[in-house]
Write a protein that binds this ligand. Structure first.
Ligand code: ADP
Ligand code: ADP
Length: 239
């Protein structure tokens, strides 16, 4: 698990509006890359294109390349559903499916990908994914209760469990702590540092301290030029 992504000369449009311009970035396996920049400079837009989520947004389109271990993610014949299976996404607001149990939430992505598992294999996957998300001990006695009954931080770890259950190579996280309290934030940061052993991680954050705590490299978008298309102006090793 864990693959590299090489982005080159990526432009991202919403219809005629150029939202992100000319991004070139190497994202190493088993590393955490943080993306920082002012609101509206295109960080979410950039993240969404890495797993072809932009294709569900009307008018959104991409020019340039993103290559994962030699495979052109935008290449003809590449299935966007498979791209999204290999490149998982976690959003700002924890979004477990409210009518589903904790267990069903973990398996939701697996079902979307049309994998049918025998019950024992499903049980093992649920446990492994929840352990992987540092949530198992807190929920093991309530797997059939709704995911929406958990605290915000637990819900976010449930969303991470759902993302890793489909065994992706890469995890994209769009401000995963912005809706959380400080204690839950630290739990997610610890988790990100652990997940780095198995996944390539890209995290959008507006928090410099967070970037320095969790990331190996930081990409800065539009340090001064607000109102311009999003551009990667600097890529530094995080100190
Ligand atoms: P950030 O994540 O850095 O705050 P976004 O990627 O959300 O920035 O937005 C970048 C720019 O693209 C902004 O000008 C925003 O208004 C615009 N934008 C974002 N999503 C859409 C969309 N679905 N349609 C049109 N414009 C959008
Ligand atoms: P967040 O701050 O949580 O990243 P936003 O409030 O920027 O989200 O955007 C919420 C939703 O609206 C997103 O799906 C984004 O793509 C869309 N959006 C943002 N800006 C625009 C825009 N200018 N036109 C159309 N949709 C937009």
């Amino acid at each position: 698990m864990s693959k590299r992504i090489d982005v080159s000369d990526l432009d991202i449009y919403y219809s005629d509006f150029l939202a992100v311009k000319g991004v070139t970035m190497a994202i190493e396996p088993r590393s955490v890359t943080a993306l920082i920049g002012p609101s509206g400079c295109g960080k979410s837009t950039f993240l969404r294109t890495l797993n072809r989520m932009h294709e569900v947004i009307p008018g959104a389109r991409v020019e340039g390349k993103a290559v994962m271990d030699g495979v052109d993610l935008y290449g003809a014949g590449v299935d966007p559903v498979e791209v999204r299976r290999q490149i998982g996404m976690v959003f700002q607001r924890p979004n477990p499916f409210p009518t589903m149990s904790i267990r069903e939430n973990v398996l939701a992505g697996v079902k979307l990908n049309n994998r049918r598992l025998p019950k024992s294999a499903a049980d093992e996957l649920v446990e492994a994914s929840l352990r992987g998300a540092n949530l198992w001990n807190e929920v093991k006695d309530r797997l059939d209760k709704p995911g929406s009954g958990l605290s915000g931080g637990q819900q976010q770890r449930l969303c991470i469990a759902r993302a890793i259950a489909v065994q992706p190579q890469v995890l994209l996280m769009d401000e995963p702590c912005s809706a959380l309290d400080p204690i839950s934030t630290l739990a997610i940061e610890d988790l990100i540092s652990e997940l780095k052993a198995d996944y390539t991680i890209v995290i959008v954050t507006h928090n410099m301290q967070q970037a320095s705590r969790v990331s190996d490299r930081t990409g800065f978008f539009n340090l001064e030029a607000t109102g311009k298309p999003g551009q990667l102006v600097e890529m530094d090793d995080t100190t």
